[in-house]
Design a protein around this ligand. Structure first.
Ligand SMILES: *Cc1c(COP(=O)(O)O)cnc(C)c1O
Length: 484
């Protein structure tokens, strides 16, 4: 019988070689070279362009076939050094001002290497890496003044963290039965509310949770970019009158377009009065709590039922390091825990250490994201990270003042937090071209957005390496490209 292989047929006659190197000294030398190169990459980042397009002859190298045969590590590394490194997105570079990308640090990079060496799986079991993540969870709980019993975990990013926030709210509204029998009639009536400027991952979270993206009402923003709370109250009472079930308000701390922060205290009051859940998408803005100066902007965040945010944006931790914090730890666990005989925690031994992180999210196998965050927070300290965050807001203030002083430039959205939107002259097409030319020049990489129907050059300062001279270099290039 061909399909039935007997163990006696496959018994090895001798030990097989492992995947470890025959000579660790050779590997060590190669490893040191990689480490030195990457330290140089970070140390000398200013000497390189922010970004450059991938040449065709480089792109085709990535279309080569399956690597059936082994290759020398040094040769693979050379390919990485030649074909990958020069064509990275550039968010390590101080001239990167597009979207909301973190800059990362050398400390975080080293921690990634250590985590890789341990190859820890943080789904569960009793080992020290679990304690590291638990410690970071406890730090986060204290940073946001959440009570004992609040739970949290690392996930890829705020997209997933917001999804988890929506799922926990769904359990709060429908009970754990929803996990077995689905939304049913009651679930079909649930309605959520978020600013029209909320991130697209909020409707996506509603979609993924089965509630449907139409079940989150976009609430118009006021002139300051914050959710209009009068309109919020109107939408909730209109839905109630129509027989629907409002259950969740999502506040945004730092909208992607302009950095606006919803009035979180007022939303907390509203949710308390209306018995709605309050979730905050604080992807980058939540960490403003680390700066004593900026903290008042996110007042009320400590009253949320759950918070999603990223350590990989303003926290400067290398990608990826998203995080979700949930006030009611039992509700969080009830949303994800599932009994499985092979995963049953024990009182002692390696299978002890309950509760396990796999009971708080959809992932079973989980990497050691906590370590790079633990290293970053311990090495720099919360104060220092808070200063970095504050400095990026000062750069936005500086840019706003510079734009106001240049007759050729128009300010489209004043500095909110770390983001400024402006443009050169009046043509959308010309500004789109300026940004593309700027990217190709390698000098700076802002992004674009639309503000009041006008195409804007959008600068978001996130990277701790960005300084006034980088803002000046970007401005000089915009003025030069605009007049060309
Ligand atoms: C970046 C961002 C997200 C998405 O976070 P990821 O980490 O990219 O998944 C969600 N909301 C806001 C406001 C963001 O800035």
């Amino acid at each position: 019988m061909l399909y039935k292989t007997r163990m006696s047929d496959v018994k090895p006659s001798s030990d097989q070689p492992t995947l470890d190197p025959e000579n660790f000294e050779v590997l060590r030398a190669q490893g040191h070279r990689m480490l030195d190169d990457m330290v140089d990459y970070i140390a000398d980042i200013r000497q390189r362009p922010v970004w450059q397009p991938i040449p065709d002859d480089v792109r085709v190298r990535f279309r080569a076939g399956l690597p059936e045969e082994p290759a020398d590590l040094g040769a693979v590394y050379d390919e990485f050094a030649r074909s990958v490194v020069p064509y990275a997105a550039g968010n390590v570079h101080p001239g990167f001002m597009g979207w909301v990308h973190g800059g990362g640090t050398a400390v975080g990079m080293l921690a990634e290497m250590l985590a890789g060496g341990l190859n820890a799986n943080l789904g569960g079991r009793d080992h020290a890496p679990m304690e590291v993540e638990r410690q970071v969870v406890d730090w986060v709980r204290r940073i946001f003044a959440f009570p004992d019993g609040a739970t949290g975990l690392f996930v890829t990013g705020s997209s997933l963290a917001n999804f988890i926030g929506v799922l926990v709210a769904r359990t709060a509204a429908l009970g754990t039965e929803v996990r077995k029998s689905g939304l049913g009639e009651a679930g079909g009536k649930l309605r959520a509310y978020a600013s029209a400027a909320a991130h697209r991952c909020i409707p996506l979270a509603m979609d993924l949770s089965g509630l449907g993206s139409d079940a989150v009402h976009p609430i118009a923003t006021a002139a300051d970019g914050r959710m209009d709370l009068v309109k919020l109250a109107e939408a909730v009472s209109r839905d109630r009158a129509a027989g629907l079930t409002p259950f969740l308000v999502v506040g945004t701390a730092g909208t992607v377009d302009t950095g606006a922060i919803d009035d979180l205290s007022a939303i907390a009051d509203f949710c308390a009065a209306e018995k709605l859940r309050f979730h905050v998408d604080g992807a980058f803005g939540a960490l403003a709590v680390l700066s004593p100066k900026l903290k008042p902007l996110v007042n009320g965040i400590e009253r949320a039922d759950s918070i999603a945010f990223d350590f990989h944006k303003w926290g400067q931790v290398p990608y990826d390091a998203g995080f979700v914090l949930v006030r009611d730890g039992k509700l969080h666990r009830d949303t994800f825990a599932s009994p499985a005989a092979y995963l049953r925690p024990q009182a002692k031994g390696l299978a002890a250490g309950a509760p396990w992180f796999s009971d708080y999210g959809p992932d079973l196998s989980r990497g050691f994201r906590a370590l790079k965050t633990w290293f970053t927070l311990k090495t720099y300290g919360l104060k220092r990270i808070g200063q970095v965050i504050e400095h990026s807001c000062e750069l936005a203030q500086y840019l706003e003042a510079r734009v106001r002083a240049e007759p050729k430039l128009e300010l489209l959205a004043p500095a909110q937090l770390n983001i400024v939107c402006f443009r050169y002259g009046t043509s959308d097409a010309a500004n789109a071209k300026i940004v593309v030319d700027l990217h190709e020049s390698g000098i700076a990489a802002p992004s674009t957005t639309t503000v009041n129907g006008k195409l804007a050059i959008r600068c978001a300062f996130v990277n701790h390496r960005t300084q006034i001279r980088d803002v000046e270099a970007m401005l000089a290039a915009v003025l030069r490209l605009g007049s060309a």
